[in-house]
Design a protein around this ligand. Structure first.
Ligand code: TRP
Ligand code: SF4
Length: 326
């Protein structure tokens, strides 16, 4: 029997290169070896976007289209939308009964988000419980492995604490899931900070060639390289880092030309935007084809939702009986 994986993304905006190298490429590899459940976490999106909920639908569709365009295969993996499987919420309620309030209040991600996100009022009941719903997402499928970035590690730690408590009270129901930390190369945004929707420094998988060119044009290069004849420090340059990630075989050559001032930053950026346009071309072609048949996407999500629900309802039957509800 294959081990089971669950992971998810919040549909709060377009997917970008950071999602591709930080999660999606890994998800695509994992679907060969595991029984994978990949979920669009629309309830988790609603927790911060409740006042803008009319946009979520479109982000969900675009998210799934991007996943499949990049290589997630609905024949291999179960691709579904969180809100299509109400069992998550039933388990969320049961888990929340035994999750100490103080544990949630000192969750580092929670404190950080409250501090950093000023455009949304996140001081809500649901947002405090964010990681409890995330635990329910994982446990309702009895997932063994959860591939996530390091920013989610604290949530997985809480999931394991909840599992131990639940199993101690009601008997061994859930496996303790392990965190599979995605070892992703660090892809910075166009401004040199972490690539993120909220910083507006991302290159979307759906960006047109013209937009990619403009965005690459704004990227910082080696600040010490003022004149074309100045020798560069490629390993401190974000552009060179992109080459290391998207064309590793060209990175050494580029670094050498940069150090010798054989290439100027304008040409170097032009090469990078050409590279990114080429890299995204097959993805965008597939994206366009998929978007031309929305019925087919909805059908994929319907099938995925049914498969997910089957697994989730099996777990909830067991949970209801072990907890002792009539
Ligand atoms: N919180 C995750 C994120 O922001 C998304 C998510 C929701 C998730 N439920 C999950 C990830 C369950 C892994 C497992 O990236
Ligand atoms: Fe960066 Fe390229 Fe300029 Fe070197 S030549 S500093 S790698 S942009």
């Amino acid at each position: 029997m294959k081990k089971r994986i669950l992971s998810g993304m919040r549909p709060t905006g377009p997917l970008h290169l950071g999602h591709l190298v930080g999660a999606l490429n890994n998800w695509i590899k994992l679907q060969e070896e595991y029984d994978c459940f990949y979920m669009v976490a629309d309830w988790h999106a609603l927790m911060s976007e409740y006042a803008y909920s009319d946009r979520i639908k479109d982000f969900v569709i675009n998210c799934v289209v991007d996943w499949i365009s990049c290589g997630l295969d609905p024949e291999k993996s179960t691709i579904f939308v969180q809100s299509h499987v109400p069992e998550h919420l039933e388990l969320d309620m049961m888990l929340s009964c035994l999750t100490p309030l103080a544990r949630l209040e000192r969750n580092p991600t929670y404190k950080e988000q409250l501090r950093e996100i000023k455009q949304r009022d996140l001081t809500t009941y649901a947002f405090l419980g964010y990681p409890v719903l995330q635990a329910a997402d994982i446990l309702v499928y009895k997932a063994n492995v959860v591939p996530v970035g390091v920013d989610q590690a604290a949530h997985l730690e809480l999931t394991r604490e909840i599992v131990r408590r639940f199993n101690r009270i009601y008997g061994p129901i859930f496996p303790e899931p392990t965190t599979l930390l995605t070892e992703s190369p660090k892809l910075l945004g166009t401004d040199g900070r972490k690539m993120s929707k909220s910083f507006g420094n991302f290159i979307a998988l759906s960006d047109e060639p013209k937009v990619i060119k403009e965005k690459v044009g704004t990227m910082f290069t080696d600040p010490k390289r003022v004149y074309r004849k100045d020798k560069g420090h490629p390993h401190k340059c974000n552009i060179c880092n992109y080459f290391k990630i998207f064309a590793p075989d060209r990175a050494d050559g580029l670094a050498k030309s940069c150090k010798n001032a054989d290439i100027g930053c304008t040409d170097c950026k032009k090469n990078l935007s050409d590279l990114l346009v080429e890299t995204l071309k097959p993805i965008q072609e597939k994206r366009k084809a998929l978007l031309s048949d929305k019925g087919e996407i909805l059908n994929i999500l319907k099938m995925g939702g049914e498969k997910a629900r089957e697994a989730a309802s099996k777990t909830m039957k067991e949970v209801r009986s072990k907890v002792g509800l009539l």
